[in-house]
Design a protein around this ligand. Structure first.
Ligand SMILES: Nc1ncnc2c1ncn2[C@@H]1O[C@H](COP(=O)(O)OP(=O)(O)OP(=O)(O)O)[C@@H](O)[C@H]1O
Length: 300
C-alpha cells in the first residue's frame, strides 16, 4: 500500500500551469522531503494532498483512498505554512477542541491533548494563551495539533522557517521521534535540515517534478565527500584521481571534493584516502560518507 500516489496531477489558475503532470508513488516510512525554489508549487501540491484545493486534472490517493474519503479522517493531517492559533483561547482548550473534531469524546479528548503537548515538550504551557508563547513554541503547539489522533501521514509546510537553531532542532527531534509510527512529508528550503531527516527527496521546479532521489545509496557507485583544511586544491584533485577504484572526483569550491567509486564491501578507499592525507600532511575538516543533499540534487 502506498501512502501517497499522484497520477498525472496538474493544477492551473486561469490557464496558467502551476503544477504539471506530477506522478509520484511513495511508501510509508522515513520522512519525505519536498524541495524547490520559491513558486515551484510545493504549497499547491500540499494543499491538493490535504484536499484544500482540487486538481485541475489527475488523481491523488492517500493510503489507497481518494481525497475526501471519510475513511481518511484522522489518518492525514497538515501543518500549513501560515497556521495560526486562536489568540483568545488557552492552548489546552484549542487542542481539546481539535481532538473532539476528530471524534475523540469526553475525557479522552483532554488526555489526547495532553499527550500531544507532552510530545512537543510543552505541557507547562497548557493553560497559557498563544500570545504568551514565543514563535518557536507556537510552532511546536501547531505540530502538537497535527499529531492529534496519531495520523499515519503528516504534511509539514516549512515547519522550521523563521525559528532559531534551538527551536528548529527541537522540531527535528519531534519529527525523528514520531517517525516510527507516522510518515512526515516536509517542505523546506533548508537542505541541511532535510538531509538530516529524510531518505526520499522530491525536487519540484516550475511546477514539474524534476527529481525524486533516495538519500540511501542503492546505486552501483558510492560517494565520499571530503572538505580539506589546508592543501593545494589542484594537487589534492590530482592525487584523489590517482587512487585505485576512483571513478570521478568533483571539486566544489576550493576545498570540497566529492569522490565517486564503485560500491565496495570493505573500506579500502577510506584507507587509501587517509594514507594519502598522512603522506602529504594534508589536513581535512570533514569526511562524509555519501554526498550532501545539495550535491545530490545539483550535481548535474
Ligand atoms: N490561488 C492562486 N491563484 C493564482 N496563482 C496561484 C495561486 N496559488 C498559487 N499560485 C501560483 O502558483 C505558483 C506556485 O505557488 P506555491 O505557493 O505552490 O509555490 P511554493 O513552491 O510553495 O513557493 P514558496 O517556496 O515561495 O512557498 C506560484 O507562481 C503562485 O503565484
Amino acid at each position: 500500500m502506498s501512502i501517497i500516489k499522484c497520477q498525472q496531477l496538474s493544477k492551473s489558475y486561469n490557464g496558467k500551469s502551476v503544477l504539471n503532470n506530477i506522478n509520484i508513488e511513495l511508501n510509508a516510512g522515513a520522512p519525505i522531503a519536498l524541495v524547490g525554489p520559491n513558486g515551484a508549487g510545493k504549497t499547491t501540491l500540499f494543499s491538493m494532498l490535504c484536499g484544500y484545493i482540487k486538481p485541475s486534472s489527475g488523481t491523488i490517493q492517500i493510503l489507497d483512498l481518494p481525497i475526501g474519503s471519510t475513511k481518511l479522517q484522522g489518518k492525514l493531517s497538515a501543518l500549513p505554512q501560515d497556521a495560526q492559533l486562536d489568540p483568545d483561547c488557552t492552548i489546552i482548550s484549542q487542542l481539546i477542541l481539535f481532538a473532539q473534531l476528530q471524534g475523540i469524546k469526553g475525557k479522552a479528548a483532554k488526555v489526547e491533548a495532553m499527550r500531544v503537548l507532552e510530545l512537543v515538550d510543552l505541557v507547562n504551557v497548557a493553560k497559557s494563551k498563544p500570545k504568551s508563547l514565543s514563535h518557536g513554541m507556537g510552532k511546536r503547539v501547531a505540530i502538537a495539533q497535527a499529531l492529534i489522533g496519531s495520523p499515519q501521514l503528516v504534511l509539514l509546510d516549512e515547519p522550521t522557517a523563521g525559528l532559531d537553531p534551538a527551536n528548529a532542532k527541537k522540531i527535528r527531534q519531534i519529527v525523528k521521534q514520531q517517525s516510527d509510527k507516522t510518515t512526515f512529508m516536509i517542505s523546506s528550503h533548508n537542505l541541511d535540515e532535510l538531509e538530516k531527516l529524510c531518505d526520499q527527496v522530491l525536487y519540484l521546479e516550475n511546477g514539474e517534478l524534476k527529481q525524486s532521489v533516495s538519500m540511501q545509496s542503492n546505486q552501483d557507485t558510492e560517494f565520499l565527500t571530503i572538505v580539506m583544511k589546508k592543501a593545494d586544491p589542484s594537487s589534492v584533485h590530482q592525487a584523489l584521481l590517482g587512487l585505485a577504484y576512483v571513478i570521478a572526483v568533483k571539486q566544489s569550491g576550493d576545498d570540497q571534493f566529492i569522490i565517486e567509486y564503485p560500491r565496495q564491501p570493505n573500506f579500502s578507499l577510506e584507507q587509501q584516502l587517509l594514507s594519502l592525507l598522512a603522506q602529504h600532511n594534508w589536513q581535512y575538516k570533514t569526511l562524509l560518507k555519501g554526498r550532501t543533499l545539495e550535491d545530490t540534487l545539483f550535481s548535474y
